[in-house]
Structures are given as C-alpha cells and as structure tokens.
Design a protein around this ligand. Structure first.
Ligand SMILES: Cc1ncc(COP(=O)(O)O)c(C=O)c1O
Length: 441
C-alpha cells in the first residue's frame, strides 16, 4: 500500500530524474506545499525559493489566478485533441502568446516540455529547408556547454558530455560552436562581458568546413542557464545572426529559461535586440503549474510550410497533449499576471540591486567568479581537488538547512528566483549563501 502521510514515504519505487537516487533516498528532501516565494516542508518549516522551482515559477508559487484557471478548465473541458480538431483556448493562447512575442514570431506550435519544444524546433528547421527545395540542409549546429533537454534531438545539439556519453551516437550531422566562457577574460563581469564577440566567427569556420548548403540551423541558449549562467559577450548574438543571414541558416534561440521576464524583458531576444527565426520556451510559460512547451516561428518559416498541396498535413509532427486545454488555461492566466504586474519590467528594475548583492560575495572563501544578468546569477566555486561538484552540492545542502533553496550545477551556485522577489529576500538569499561559504572555508 502506498504510504499516505508525506512524512512516511517509501522512496524506492520512484526512479527520480537527474538525481543521485541512492544518496537522496537515504535522506529525502520533500516540499509539500508552496506559496509566493516559499516552499513548505512537511515539518512546517519554510524554504525561500531562490530558483523559482527549476527556473519556472516566475510569477511566484500557487498563484490563485493560475490555480483557478486550471480548476475551471479541468471542470469544463478536461481534454480535447488538436489533431484535426481543437478547442478555443488553444487559439486564444496562441494569439496572446504571439502578441507578446517580438517581431514576426507570429505562429506557435505547442508541446509539453522544453525538450519537446526543442525537438519540434529542430524538425521545423529541417522541414523548412526541404519545403523550399533545399533538403540537403540537414546539418544542425549546437554549442558546447549548452543544455537543450533530453530528447534525442535536443541532446544531440547539447554540449554537456556527461549527459551524452551513455546514449550512443545521437543524431548524425551535428557540429558545435565553442562555448563563450573564458574566466581569464571575463571573471566578475557584471552583465554582458566585453570580450568574446569574435567567438561567433567560429560559425564561419564551421560553414567553411561543411558548406552552408548543408546547414539547416544554429541553436543557442541566449544565456546558457543550466551550465552556469554563461552570459553572451556583447555583440556575440548579433554576429551569429549576421552570419546565419549571410548563409541562409535558421537561428534558433532556446529561451526555455530566458523567456518570461527572467532577463528583464518578456523574451531574451528583446533584451539583446536580436531576432531569431525560431524561439523555444516552456517552464515560465505556465508558471510551472502544468507542463507545456512552445515553439514560436517567424512568418516566413510558417509560410514555407503552407505551400504544401491543399489537404496535406503540412508538418507531420505533434503530441497527444499539444495545446492541452488545461495548459492553455494556465498559460493565459500566467500571461495576464505578467502583463498586469509588469514582471519583466520589475525584474529589470531589480537587476542592479540583485547584481550588487551577488557581487558582494566577491572575495569570500572558494569564490572564483560571479556572473549575472536579469534575475539570474552564478557564484562559481573552486572545486575540491579530485572531487568536482562535491563542494557545490555541500553548499546547496547547507543553504537548504538554513532555509534557502539555491541550486548547484557542478561547483557553480545558481540563483534564479521568482520575479516577485522583494529586496529583503534578495538579501536573505545572498547572506545565507555568504554565511555558508564562510563556514565552508
Ligand atoms: C535551455 C533549456 N532547454 C530545454 C530544456 C528542457 O526542458 P524540459 O526539462 O522541460 O524538457 C531546459 C531545461 O532546463 C533548458 O534549460
């Protein structure tokens, strides 16, 4: 019989994702409710959420508007397929989302996660060229130290060796840009580093090697999130755009973390003033309250598909839960909160305070770099000799014991709070981290 009390769980049956299962199950960490900036633990203690769940609860936890929208929809229309039929909420949400999106990103394909949004984007790019008579453009270009989810498509263009090594050859015809992080050039930069725009020129080298006629798309996270908040050098993204334009290559921004106000603008493309051809998003799309992914495309991409013969399915792709009504209801309620509370603008206004609080940790024991943009920050620690990641995980656990949730990625401590965070809570997060780092010395 499954145990009924949250404090009496038997942890064995659940094979947990991206978790050291045996270590976790010896001492499980559980949250059983949440509200605003806080998680609550079964013993009644509160934890200040410094990572918006997992970069997703941008408007804060358990927003009544989202909860009610979900409940209302589930009670009225629990499910409707979007294969050759649909329901009004999918169209309403698509329209509202595209209205918020920059430039000509005026069509959206729905899925259920960031991974699916990325796989969808890669397929859209390949099919786009095929539809335009350039079916030989089959090569995809990713980047080192990028994370694009765990589907075979996203994993193939991701640049984290540890995620890839056990799963065979992945997709063929993939090449990689170098990552943009060089501590010797950019340590302790506030915002975008001045050094590094030239790294975009590596795309020209890749084009020269494979020939542009074989390349379908380049995919990058505008700010690489999971691999340590790697902020793009000034001018880097613009240069990627120019090179893609020169060679007819589609540019995909994976904004699964960056969208919905995280960088102080509704989308990262607005923050950086560079318009990609395709944008992927998820997480903050429904405020994390229900799974959903979205792939937005420019008019020209959509139109290329619409030349197919009348009656033909233009894009043979989709998920049972594409445009799920309950997810659309949650998404509409989330967008409304963003608009009425101006969350992106709020994040932008808080950014200098956040930046100062993060950089105040400079000089603490073990700290080797601090990076930030929007309401994102990374505090990079010197790894313990021969034990990469151990120090970071220990700091994460010690912060949690003191009531602050801060993520570790290897030995980088990552912070990405809900955008409703108050200044006093920013102080609390960084002073907890600072206290732990002093004790960890
Ligand atoms: C940039 C990026 N792309 C894709 C994903 C995958 O999203 P999901 O875990 O919803 O599949 C993530 C998840 O963190 C991400 O950060």
């Amino acid at each position: 019989m499954p145990s009924s009390s949250p404090t009496q769980i038997d942890p064995e049956a659940y094979w947990m994702p991206f978790t050291a299962n045996r270590r976790y199950k010896r001492d499980p960490v559980l949250f059983d409710s949440a509200d605003g900036m806080y998680y609550h633990r079964p013993d009644g203690s509160k934890v200040l959420d410094g990572i918006a769940g997992l970069w997703c609860v941008n408007a804060g936890h358990r927003r009544p508007e989202v909860v009610q929208a979900i409940a209302h929809c589930a009670d009225r229309l629990d499910y409707a397929s979007s294969f050759q039929m649909s329901h009004p909420l999918a169209f309403q949400f698509a329209e509202a989302l595209c209205e918020q999106a920059p430039g000509e990103l005026s069509h959206v394909f729905f899925s259920n996660s960031g991974s699916e949004a990325v796989d969808t984007a890669l397929k859209i790019a390949l099919g786009y060229h095929k539809a335009r008579g350039q079916g030989q453009r089959v090569r995809l270009i990713g980047r080192e130290r990028s994370y694009h989810g765990v589907g075979f498509g996203g994993l193939s263009v991701s640049g984290i060796g540890g995620h890839r090594k056990n799963f065979g050859n992945l997709l063929p015809y993939v090449d990689y840009l170098p990552h943009t992080y060089d501590r010797s050039q950019m340590a302790y930069t506030r915002g975008q580093p001045a050094w590094g725009a030239h790294l975009a020129d590596e795309l020209e080298r890749i084009v020269a090697l494979h020939d542009a006629s074989t390349i379908a798309a380049v995919i990058v996270e505008p700010v690489a999130g999971s691999t340590g908040v790697l902020v793009p050098p000034q001018g880097y993204l613009r240069r990627l755009r120019e090179i893609c334009d020169r060679h007819g290559i589609l540019l995909i921004f994976d904004e699964v973390i960056c969208a919905f106000g995280r960088l102080g603008a509704p989308f990262a493309s607005e923050r950086f003033g560079v318009l990609p051809d395709i944008v992927t998003c998820a997480k903050g799309l429904t405020n994390g309250a229900i799974p959903m992914g979205a792939t937005l495309v420019r008019d020209a991409v959509y139109e290329a598909y619409m030349d197919a013969p009348e009656g033909a399915i233009e894009f043979s792709h989709g998920y049972t839960y594409s445009g799920h009504p309950v997810a659309c209801a949650a998404g509409l309620a989330t967008l409304a909160i963003h608009q009425s509370e101006g969350l992106a603008q709020r994040a932008r206004e808080l950014e200098p305070y956040w930046e100062d609080a993060a950089h105040a940790l400079c000089g603490l024991p073990g700290v080797v770099d601090i990076r930030n943009i929007g309401l994102l920050a990374a505090v990079e620690l010197e790894p313990r000799a021969g034990k990469p990641g151990q120090r970071g995980f220990g700091v994460h656990q010690a912060c949690l014991a003191k009531g602050s949730l801060i993520r570790s990625s290897g030995d980088a401590m990552l912070l990405s709070p809900p955008l409703i965070i108050e200044k006093a809570q920013i102080d609390e997060l960084f002073s907890t981290l600072s206290e732990v780092l002093r004790q960890d010395a």
